[in-house]
Design a protein around this ligand. Structure first.
Ligand code: COA
Length: 185
């Protein structure tokens, strides 16, 4: 393995320690590649609280997504209560990973950034060369999402009024290392 490529398990341990300190409890980060009833419930409950209705996935839509090649979901637990997730799967473009959805019940404590850093680390380790996503400039709560993702190096590739704002991050060991050094030093 390239010595510059960090190991995801080390960074998960760092994330658990950092979030445990910030949030004042025991933090655990779990990675899933299959969906079950418990995981559906976790994602749905967080989505219900964080997304307006048209952006929420139904259990059927989540199940369809979970069957896509490369499906990977990170869940953050605080004292065994699920508080955040990010999930994605292989994009139709070769070598690209599509990061489909992310949300946290506790905002502005660094959970979103840490999940993004972990996801890029995971993707690099798995051999993906880019990450893609679709977002919007501003959500109904005034979150500037394009700006938010821009912080991690994602750049806009397309704006489509029907689909949203497509963004992309090229994954290189340097890019991922920079994110990990920033969010999980
Ligand atoms: C978007 C979201 C995942 C961000 O997670 P978070 O844990 O609050 O983000 P962080 O605490 O890691 O913040 C990261 C940076 O973004 C900034 N930031 C966070 N929320 C922001 C907001 N609403 N507007 C502008 N900047 C914001 C933080 O100040 C921080 O900046 P820094 O790196 O300079 O310190 C979270 O707000 C959320 O769950 N939103 C609802 C669901 C959603 O919109 N998901 C994304 C769909 S594309």
């Amino acid at each position: 393995m390239d010595a510059r490529v960090p190991s995801i398990s080390d960074y998960i341990a760092r994330a658990e320690a950092k979030l445990g300190g910030v949030l004042g409890g025991a933090c655990r980060v779990a990675v899933y590649h299959e969906i079950n009833k418990d995981l559906l419930k976790i994602i749905s409950e967080i989505e219900d609280e964080r997304f307006r209705s048209e952006l929420r996935y139904s259990e059927r839509e989540l199940t369809i997504r979970s069957k896509k090649r490369g499906f990977t979901c990170f869940i953050v637990y605080l004292d065994e209560r699920p508080i955040a997730f990010v999930f994605g799967f292989d994009d139709p473009e070769k070598g690209a990973y599509f990061s489909d959805s992310a949300a946290t019940l506790i905002e502005r404590k660094g959970i979103g950034s840490i999940l993004t850093a972990l996801e890029t680390c995971y993707c690099l380790e798995k051999g993906y060369t880019s990450e893609k996503m679709i977002t919007e400039d501003l959500d109904e709560s005034g979150r500037r999402l394009v700006e938010y993702w821009g912080r991690f190096g994602f750049y806009v590739t397309r704006r489509d009024p029907k689909i949203g704002v497509e963004m992309r991050l090229e994954l290189t060991p340097e890019v991922v290392k920079e994110l990990l050094d920033k969010y999980l030093p």
